[in-house]
Design a protein around this ligand. Structure first.
Ligand code: TA6
Length: 300
């Protein structure tokens, strides 16, 4: 029996939860409820697709994304952990930590007429990059919305600082035709201007590279997509920061893996603990960073 067959036998739940090998070259769990599907790769516990009946899908993936290169696939919902962006003191360590390049294990699944869910786990100890110990679990639930809950448990004997993000790449019809609401009046750190502190004035529109960490109450954000005539409501929890990022032309060129459609068809809105919102997790303590996405028609 192959690993996939074993996982299917243990965690498969009819047509609601199935385990297979993705076309991108790695094992995935597919959640199906009615006309909705969500796909979670075991590499990095990365959501790589969410089709909510609407076409095209909600989550953006680069046309060059692969799951069998050892690097994380560009797009989807990468799990950035146990540090967000560059390591605070050692730039030689991988950006966004190492959780997204580990192979996680499936530990639970469930399904009923309304929802299907899967839980993945990675246990971290004795990692050269990080002198601490933790269990990291991601619970993904698909129903009339998509929810992710990322729980860190400190299983070691010393407290550690934690910064993290659910680094979600949303597909948009045309980056020039979207608006992000819910952050008006919030202070943000502008990565493109030495992380200087600025205040958001009204809605966010993207007319060039944007790379900002918004601070404070960032629990209710909405992405209004004029071209696709849809809005995505983003409800964060366990978070007091959110990142908005589009690489635009030059950074896309430097990244080199943004694929055919590239920056014009995506926008990252990331529920995070980042910037001023870094946590300290004591031995035995835990923290959950969560988010729920709901898709609906554009108002009016
Ligand atoms: O979340 C925004 C950001 O920190 C950007 O600065 C950019 O580096 C992006 O993440 C992508 O990072 P990655 O390591 O996935 O290429």
């Amino acid at each position: 029996m192959t690993d996939i067959e074993r996982l299917q036998k243990t965690f498969g739940r009819g047509t609601a939860v199935t385990i297979r090998t993705s076309d991108l070259g790695g094992p995935v769990v597919v959640l199906t409820v009615g006309k909705e599907t969500a796909t979670v790769a075991l590499l990095g516990a990365q959501v790589i697709a969410w089709e909510a009946g609407a076409s095209p899908g909600i989550i953006w993936m680069s046309s060059e994304a692969r799951l069998d290169t050892g690097r994380n696939a560009r797009g989807g919902i990468p799990v950035c952990w146990p540090w967000f962006a560059d390591h605070p003191t050692d730039k030689s360590k991988p950006a966004h930590g190492f959780a997204r390049t580990r192979l996680w294990e499936v530990v639970a699944s469930s399904a009923n007429a309304e929802v299907a869910s899967v839980s993945l786990l990675t246990r971290v100890a004795d990692v050269d990059l990080w002198p601490h110990a933790a269990d990291l679990r991601l619970d993904v639930t698909l129903g009339r919305s998509l929810s992710l809950d990322l729980t860190t448990v400190n299983t070691g004997s010393n407290a550690f600082p934690l910064s993290q993000a659910l680094h979600t790449y949303f597909r948009v019809g045309d980056i020039a035709d979207v608006r992000v609401d819910g952050l008006d009046g919030r202070t943000y750190l502008d990565k493109l201007d030495g992380f200087s502190r600025k205040v958001q004035d009204g809605s966010i529109r993207v007319e060039g590279e944007v790379d900002r960490i918004y601070l404070g109450d960032t629990s209710r954000i909405s992405l209004q997509d004029q071209r696709l005539r849809r809005r995505i409501e983003i409800e964060g929890r366990g978070s007091r920061s959110a990142v908005v990022w589009n690489p635009w032309i030059e950074k896309s060129r430097r990244l080199g893996d943004m694929g055919r459609e590239g920056y014009q068809s995506m926008l990252c809105i990331e529920t995070a603990n980042a910037g001023d919102d870094v946590l300290m997790i004591d031995p035995g303590a835990e923290h959950t960073l969560g988010v729920t996405y709901k898709v609906g028609p554009l108002a009016g």
